[in-house]
Each structure stands twice: as structure tokens, then as C-alpha cells.
Design a protein around this ligand. Structure first.
Ligand SMILES: Nc1ncnc2c1ncn2[C@@H]1O[C@H](COP(=O)(O)OP(=O)(O)OP(=O)(O)O)[C@@H](O)[C@H]1O
Ligand SMILES: [Mg+2]
Length: 489
């Protein structure tokens, strides 16, 4: 696979090359055709706990006597000229530290045509520990819940915060989406929720779980973009002792969510090989721990989310189509806030009530200027952004019971006003760019009048009374202008 780099122009001097290798976050270990080390960078020496001089020029088996031709990936690569990707390894290094790495080992050809091998190692020890901690905590939480069973608060018991009654909206399209989601709670079919960031995907997923027969069991959410492939795989499917040095037996999230629902957030960020494995689990309803022999049946409902359009994900080769069709039995598309403008003020009021309680304040609403700005703003961060804007105003607000633009922190204030300004700059399609050549005023105004009339007629489906109302002129006056400009329906 030839990259279009200008490699022949790259006569890097040796010091710069050393700097480059020593500043990499991955360990690089290169051996020649006999298995003698010719390059060993700083990170590789940190991972193995060896000084470069203890490794350079020496044979692999001399430095790592416990390795064999079967267990050393560098030697296997030299022998078979084969590449190994995503090979996970846990070692106790020469300083006695337990290190987990993910390695890629590739054959490389030197200028004298001899073949050597390079191993690139990514240190994932800390992330691995984190996964262990998460699994431990999740396990403990489950045990505690079984022991205590304090009250009937299902939401607190099953790791959720929301149900359908927490979903606010009156926009008719949005309400159709809500009622379809409610219907889907009656079945066990897979659900795919698609929507921009902050549109309420998690809120919907939790609400579906809490309205379903599974509500007494767990809702477990996992973001697929947050972890590298191998760790996500062990977290989802669990690991059985002995699959690699130092591994513990632990259940995966599928086993832990048995009887409940699993939410796989940003499914399009999941590695394609793992997507294939997930598809098999969906087809068979059985999981096998990594390194394990036995398969276990699990009864888990799957909800997935995406914040890019499925077509785009296919185009980028981020999503397997066969998996998509399996996941997309129920499709929920959440509209961005800018497409449900009639909900902006309703949500604003809702968040004001919410933060009044939290901040112990008595705000009654927002000023009419701020309403105008809220209604015209694009809300790229959707409902989460609106919620945060209001929350930040509560932190700033000192006097008065109405939120005004200056109550919003500087950066938000700027962003909202800038957006508003660029909208009003664009309000008139005919901008006078060249100040020296002004058009005749009456021609310019007629041109704008004509454009506005056409717009109003288009928007109202040529309903003259409605268009006149939109333009705030009388019906007779509009009819006169239609004649003047010779506009016919
Ligand atoms: N219709 C709604 N009514 C009330 N609150 C809402 C609504 N939609 C979203 N929210 C609130 O907005 C915030 C973001 O929602 P959520 O986390 O579900 O979004 P998301 O689509 O999962 O975002 P991301 O893609 O960034 O993960 C939450 O605090 C949620 O409570
Ligand atoms: Mg989310």
C-alpha cells in the first residue's frame, strides 16, 4: 500500500530520526534478519524496564530468555513474514511492574533487501486497570443492590435517571417520535436511536427500558468510542482466566445486563471486527468470554445510538450494513432543537423550574430580548446546550427575577449575539457591497418588496390572507402589489 508521501525527499539526519522515535508514545523495537536489535526507542525501554544498552545489538532470546520461537511475535514475523495486529500482551517487566500492551508486529525490508521485523507497542496498563475498576465497581453495585433493596425506587436500582414523563416537548413531529418510542417499549426488538449530540438519545434509551418489562433489571450503558477495541471487547464479553498472563475471570457487560437492556452508545465508533462479533451474539443470543470455552445464553435487549447519519457511516466504512439492519428494527430519529423551535421556550421554562429548585432561587422567566435570541439561535449542542446555558446563568445571576442576555457568561453571550448578528446581516438578500455605486432607492426597495412577497406566498402555499398577515399588511394592499408586480398563483 504505497502512500503518496515524498519519501525520497526525506533525507532526515540521524539525530532528528532519533528524536522522532524517542518522542513517540508507542514502543518501537526493530530487529534485523537474525533477530538482533537495531532500534529500541525510549518508550520501548520504559515498557520492558530495560536500558537501551542492555538490548541494542543483542539477540532477542539473549535479552528475553523466557521467549521461544512460538511466543515471540518478532521472531514469528521474521520466520513467516506475516504481520500480527492488535496482539494483547501482559508481562511482568524487568522492574517487576505488570504492563499490558497492544502490539502490532510487521515485517520490514531493509535497503540491502534483507527482511527484519518491527514491533510497535501501545502501553494500555492504566486503561486496563480502569476497565478492571469499572467491572469491579459494577459488580459490587449489583451485589449491594441485591443485599439492601431499600425501597421501590426502580430508577435508582437499575442505573437510570429518566422515564418518559421526563421528556419535554409539544412539537407535533417530536411527539410522534415519543409515541413510537413508547410503543417500542412493549417489545424486545433492537432499537437504534439516531440524533445529533444533546438531542436526548440517552434519555430515550432509559425511558424505553423503564417502560418495558425489563425495568426491574439493569440498564447498562457503554460508550463504544471511549475504549480501544481489545478493552471494549473484554468489557463487553468478559474474560476467562488464562487467556493471557495475569488475566482474571470476570463477566462481561452482556452477562451483567442479563434480563435487562444494554445501551451501546456511538456504535459506529466500534471496531469493525468487534461489530462482526456483536452481530454473532445478536444472532445466537449467546456470549463466550475471551479465552473461555463455554457459551452462555443471555437475554439482553440492545439499544444503540449514532450521532452521524447511517448513510454517512456506511460511506466512511464505519458501520457494517448487516449489523445495522439487525440493530435498526426500531428506528428512532431525534430532531435537532433548531427543527423544533416551538419547544425552545417550553424547555427553557422547564429548566428554569429545575434550576430554581437546585439553586434555591425564584427566577420567573427570560427577557423578551433573550427569548428572541434563543428562538433564532441554531443550538448546535441542542437541548444539552440550552440546559447548560441556563445553568450557567444561575451561577452568574445576582439581582432580579428575569434572566437577561448579560446574565449569560461571556463566551455564551458572545456566541448567541454573534449568531443573531449574522442572521440579521443576512436578513436582506440584496446587500450593497460597493458603497460608491448605490442603486436607486426605489428600485432597491421594490426588489426587496418583491422578494418578501414571494417568500410569504411560498410559505403560505399562496394563501393571500395568510401571506398578508405574515407581511403585516392588509389583504387589499397585498392584492394591489400582486397586480403591480404581475404575480399570479
Ligand atoms: N426532550 C427533553 N426533555 C427534557 N430534557 C431533555 C430532553 N432532551 C434532552 N434533554 C436533556 O438534555 C441533556 C442531553 O441529553 P442526552 O444525554 O440524552 O443526549 P444525547 O443525545 O445522548 O447526547 P450525546 O450524543 O452527546 O451523548 C440531558 O441533560 C437531558 O436530560
Ligand atoms: Mg448520549
Amino acid at each position: 500500500m504505497e502512500q503518496k508521501w515524498f519519501l525520497d525527499k526525506m533525507n532526515i539526519d540521524k539525530d532528528s530520526l532519533c528524536k522522532l522515535f524517542n518522542n513517540l508514545n508507542e514502543g518501537i523495537h526493530i530487529v534485523d534478519q537474525r533477530g538482533n536489535t537495531i532500534l529500541y526507542n525510549k518508550k520501548a525501554s520504559e515498557i520492558d524496564g530495560l536500558k537501551p544498552e542492555e538490548v541494542l545489538g543483542k539477540n532477542i532470546f539473549e535479552v528475553f530468555p523466557s521467549l521461544t520461537l512460538e511466543t515471540s511475535t518478532l521472531m514469528k514475523t521474521l520466520k513467516n513474514k506475516k504481520s500480527y495486529f492488535n496482539h494483547k500482551q501482559t508481562i511482568i517487566n524487568y522492574r517487576g511492574k505488570k504492563i499490558t500492551t497492544i502490539n502490532h508486529t510487521l515485517a520490514i525490508v531493509f535497503s540491502d533487501n534483507s527482511v527484519g521485523a518491527v514491533e510497535i507497542s501501545k502501553d494500555i496498563t492504566q486503561t486496563e486497570q480502569l476497565v478492571d475498576n469499572i467491572t469491579d465497581l459494577r459488580e459490587k453495585l449489583q451485589v449491594n443492590k441485591k443485599d439492601i433493596k431499600v425501597d421501590n425506587d426502580i430508577k435508582r436500582d437499575n442505573n437510570t435517571n429518566y422515564e418518559f414523563s421526563d421528556i419535554i416537548g409539544q412539537n407535533s413531529n417530536f411527539n410522534k417520535v415519543v409515541s413510537n418510542a413508547m410503543k417500542s417499549a412493549q417489545s424486545d426488538s433492537s432499537v437504534l436511536i439516531y440524533g445529533e449530540t444533546g438531542t436526548g438519545k440517552e434519555l430515550f434509551a432509559q425511558s424505553i427500558h423503564n417502560a418495558s418489562r425489563r425495568r426491574k433489571n439493569d440498564f447498562i450503558a457503554q460508550n463504544c468510542a471511549a475504549l480501544p477495541k481489545d478493552l471494549l471487547e473484554s468489557l463487553l464479553f468478559g474474560t476467562e482466566k488464562g487467556s493471557f498472563t495475569g488475566a482474571r475471570s470476570k463477566p462481561g457487560l452482556f452477562e451483567m445486563a442479563d434480563g435487562g437492556t444494554i445501551l451501546l452508545d456511538e456504535i459506529n465508533s466500534m471496531d469493525l471486527a468487534l461489530q462482526a462479533k456483536l452481530l454473532r451474539v445478536l444472532q445466537d443470543g449467546r456470549v463466550r468470554r475471551i479465552g473461555g470455552q463455554k457459551e452462555k445464553e443471555v437475554d439482553v435487549r440492545i439499544i444503540t445510538t449514532m450521532n452521524v447519519h447511517p448513510d454517512k457511516a456506511f460511506e466512511l466504512n464505519d458501520l457494517r450494513e448487516d449489523l445495522y439492519y439487525r440493530l435498526n428494527v426500531v428506528h428512532i430519529k431525534l430532531p435537532p432543537l433548531k427543527n423544533r423551535k416551538d419547544d425552545i421556550l417550553l424547555l427553557t421554562d422547564y429548566f428554569i423550574q429545575h434550576y430554581n429548585k437546585e439553586f434555591n432561587k425564584e427566577i420567573i422567566g427570560i427577557s423578551s430580548d433573550l427569548k428572541e435570541i434563543f428562538l433564532n439561535y441554531n443550538w448546535p449542542g441542542n437541548i444539552r446546550e440550552l440546559k447548560h446555558v441556563i445553568e450557567s446563568a444561575y451561577n452568574v445571576k445576582q439581582l432580579g427575577s428575569t434572566l437577561v442576555l448579560s446574565d449569560l457568561p461571556g463566551y455564551i453571550n458572545e456566541r448567541l449575539s454573534k449568531d443573531q448578528k449574522s442572521k440579521s446581516d443576512n436578513r436582506f438578500p440584496n446587500q450593497i457591497i460597493d458603497q460608491d455605486q448605490l442603486p436607486a432607492l426605489d428600485i432597491f426597495l421594490e426588489d426587496i418588496e418583491l422578494k418578501l412577497i414571494k417568500k410569504a406566498l411560498n410559505k403560505t402555499g399562496f394563501n393571500i390572507s395568510a401571506a398578508a398577515r405574515k407581511l403585516d399588511i392588509s389583504r387589499q394592499s397585498l392584492q394591489y402589489k400582486l397586480k403591480k408586480y404581475d404575480i399570479k398563483s
